[in-house]
Design a protein. Structure first.
Length: 177
């Protein structure tokens, strides 16, 4: 994904949101660098990472923003959402509460973001199958009702991570190009 003097056709800002410890930072590490850590520390301040990819023969730079220790309701500032064309709404499928909070994260996102923003609901940690606390159908139903894409992922096992980001980025491209 080298950024060596490359002509960039598009820059897409995508934000990660959801409760603390659901795996947002590890999803980003997996997507941007193919890395994973079981001891990821809470990041301080807002950070983003970029990954450059080709969509439909165009060079797209994805700028993925990660909330950092601001995961309480209404603690994420409007600057975080500004200019975002995509969002990953992440819960931990072994933590029911993190899914129950999706509605208010979505409300906050919709209150700040562009109305055409592409949103993916992500049930992360699907490797923890035996600890599942959120049935797939509950999430699917919520996603359908709210018009969101939906996938279950594992940052640990690299399941559907690339696919989730690519789906969002390709849909953004389709809307904006
Ligand atoms: P964040 O607060 O949402 O950014 O969550 P982190 O990315 O820091 O992850 C919180 C904890 O969950 C860390 O111990 C991670 O290693 C772990 N974690 C993240 N993704 C997964 C996953 O897909 N599966 C499992 N089993 N653990 C994960
Ligand atoms: Mg984090």
């Amino acid at each position: 994904s080298g950024d060596f003097n490359q002509k960039i056709d598009y820059v897409f800002k995508v934000v990660l949101i959801g409760d603390s410890a659901v795996g947002k930072s590890q999803l980003l590490a997996r997507f941007a660098r193919n890395e994973f850590s079981l001891e990821s520390k809470a990041t301080i301040g807002v950070e983003f990472q970029t990954k450059t990819l080709i969509i439909d023969q165009k060079t797209v730079k994805a700028q993925i923003w990660d909330t950092a220790g601001q995961e309480r309701y209404r603690a994420v500032t409007s600057a975080y959402y500004r200019g975002a064309v995509g969002a990953m709404l992440v819960y931990d499928m072994s933590k029911r509460q993190s899914f129950d909070h999706m509605a208010r994260w979505l409300e906050e996102l919709r209150g700040h973001a562009d109305k055409n923003i592409v949103i993916m609901l992500i049930g992360n940690k699907c490797d923890l199958g035996t600890l599942r606390a959120v049935p797939t159908e509950d999430a699917q139903e919520f996603a359908e009702r709210e018009n969101l894409y939906f996938m279950e992922t594992s940052a640990l096992e690299a399941t559907n991570v690339e696919s989730a980001f690519l789906t969002v980025l390709t849909e953004i491209y389709r809307i904006l190009s």
